[in-house]
Design a protein around this ligand. Structure first.
Ligand SMILES: Nc1ncnc2c1ncn2[C@@H]1O[C@H](COP(=O)(O)OP(=O)(O)OP(=O)(O)O)[C@@H](O)[C@H]1O
Ligand SMILES: [Mg+2]
Length: 497
């Protein structure tokens, strides 16, 4: 299906999120949409998929016909379906029921037939699900696959994916890309929104770049990466040199710690983490790095061994004790665990601070919000609700919620969804903060380049095994990739860089 966006404008109050965008996407192509955080990408896609309406005068034309879509349901009737940036709410229901959601009941006379059709369709696209399993047992990648299947079944001819690769593993990404690459043959159009230049370059036949709500350029392969970056930011952005840690006293010490949950056992971790140091945790999802991080936060109690924070034995103490001692944990799912929809930025800063009395100090909260908005470069105001911020700005807001005193910062996917410039910026902020407060950082990222660029040392996790600390400066992406996949580990003990 041929998609034409004509003179698209969208205001949110004073924010002019789309400013007269004109873009034609030919049938059967994979169109990439690039742009920095807050550029207006999600807004444009939500307009095309009926989630929000553009300002009057804007036009969406499908196969030559102007259409008016006032809801996602009407968009799907025209053949436009969208996979969202933040996973939509999945109620605790069975996979099959979730799949049938929104379909007229006349489609399937009975459950048996529905199950058969579901299995056939899954097979056709190379996905494997047990339709009687519950949706909340699925990984983010599998939920995506399920959603893709549902949209296909509903008759989507235009497929919009808003940052689909941020929460999924490398192998799920490969699978997703293989699926998407087949779509054009069937005359389907794919629109792929991302910050990841590498993904866009691998997948897309053409790329449009947005900046400040405007379309600033379009290109086709062969892509020139630095040109694309320049288009995104309006200037040249460089990664900069690795900065070695200037390390101080020991902040956290793990002494022969063993951890265990229902699936996994990790034995005898010993580690000394110093002030100013950054440790990256790498591994396929579910290899134990999440459990290790939760043990650092006081959320998982060790089965044996000792956890010492700044000289105090905190073994077996509660999350609140760890928090009081300056351990800050920022989990991955930002809207689910970190931020509260409906509350403003000021509300969040007020709530995050230790109460000084029984009354909430609004004025101080407002001031704090203004300061943090400035220092973390958040595009928003103290009264903005978190859901009105763009995905990347939500992430910045979460990082701005770090409180004092600070001895240890634990971050899960700290820069997921951030554009390169923001990644560089946020890391420099985090490192400054560490230096000031004598704190250390432990972070998890599925982006190997990020792990190597910003860690001093790293730990690799592979099905319950943990490597010895590895020097990040002398490790390559390839070496790290192999360790993560369980290759080149020494026979006994840990791995060596
Ligand atoms: N519902 C809303 N209410 C108010 N402002 C909004 C709303 N949705 C988006 N905005 C604003 O519109 C601008 C563009 O946001 P949009 O989500 O389209 O950006 P984006 O390019 O998708 O960014 P990101 O890469 O961070 O996801 C931002 O300034 C954002 O704060
Ligand atoms: Mg977005």
């Amino acid at each position: 299906m041929n998609v034409e966006l004509k003179n698209i404008h969208k205001h949110f109050g004073k924010t002019h999120a789309n400013r007269g965008i004109n873009l034609t996407i030919p049938s059967g192509t994979i169109q990439g949409i690039l742009g920095e955080n807050g550029a207006g990408k999600s807004t444009l896609m939500k307009i095309l998929s009926g989630f929000i309406q553009a300002d009057p005068g804007s036009e969406v034309i499908l196969d030559g016909k102007p259409v008016y879509m006032d809801s996602p349901a009407s968009a799907i009737r025209y053949g436009v379906g969208m996979l969202h940036q933040d996973p939509l709410d999945f109620p605790p229901m069975r996979i099959l029921d979730n799949f049938l959601l929104g379909l007229p009941s006349s489609f399937f006379p009975n459950r048996k037939e529905a199950t058969q059709d579901f299995n056939l369709l899954a097979k056709e696209y190379g996905f494997s699900f047990d339709p009687e399993n519950y949706v909340d047992s699925l990984t983010v990648g599998e939920r995506q696959q399920l959603e893709i299947m549902r949209l296909l079944f509903l008759g989507a001819r235009v497929f919009i994916l808003d940052e689909p690769t941020t929460g999924i593993s490398a192998s799920q990404k490969e699978k997703l890309f293989a699926t998407l690459k087949k779509f054009p043959e069937q005359g389907m159009t794919v629109i792929f929104v991302s910050h990841k230049l590498e993904d866009v370059e691998n997948l897309c036949d053409r790329v449009a770049v947005l900046r400040g709500g405007e379309l600033v350029g379009e290109t086709k392969p062969p892509y020139n990466t630095s040109k694309l970056v320049e288009m995104m930011f309006g200037k040249v952005v460089t990664l900069g040199e690795r900065q070695p840690a200037q390390t101080g006293d020991t902040v956290l010490s793990f002494q022969n710690v063993s951890l265990e949950d229902t699936r996994l056992k990790i034995k005898n971790i010993s580690l000394d983490l110093r002030a100013g140091e950054v440790i990256g945790l790498a591994g396929l999802e579910g290899s134990g790095q999440g459990m290790f991080m939760r043990a650092c936060a006081g959320l998982v109690r060790p089965v044996s061994g000792k956890v010492i924070l700044k000289g105090r034995d905190l073994t077996g103490k509660s999350y609140h004790t760890f928090k009081r001692e300056g351990v800050n944990f920022l989990p991955a799912a930002r809207l689910e665990e970190g931020l509260v929809p409906g509350l403003s930025l000021t509300d969040h800063f007020v709530l995050a601070e230790e109460p000084k009395g029984i009354f909430i100090d609004r004025a101080a909260g407002q001031k704090l919000a203004e300061d943090r908005i400035k220092s973390f470069n958040i595009r928003g105001t103290p009264t903005s609700t978190v859901e009105s911020l763009s995905g990347g700005n939500q992430q910045r807001a979460e990082l701005a919620l770090l409180q004092s005193p600070l001895s240890l910062i634990l971050l899960e996917h700290p820069t997921r969804g951030l554009d390169i410039e923001s990644v560089i910026y946020i890391w420099s902020k985090l490192k400054d903060r560490c230096r000031q407060d004598g704190a250390a950082i432990i972070f998890i990222s599925s982006d190997l380049e990020e792990v190597l660029q910003y860690s001093d040392r790293l730990l690799v996790f592979f099905s319950g095994r943990v490597s010895e600390p590895i020097d990040a400066a002398t490790t390559s992406v390839e070496q790290l990739g192999q360790l993560i996949g369980g290759k080149n580990w020494p026979e006994k003990g840990g791995a060596h860089a």
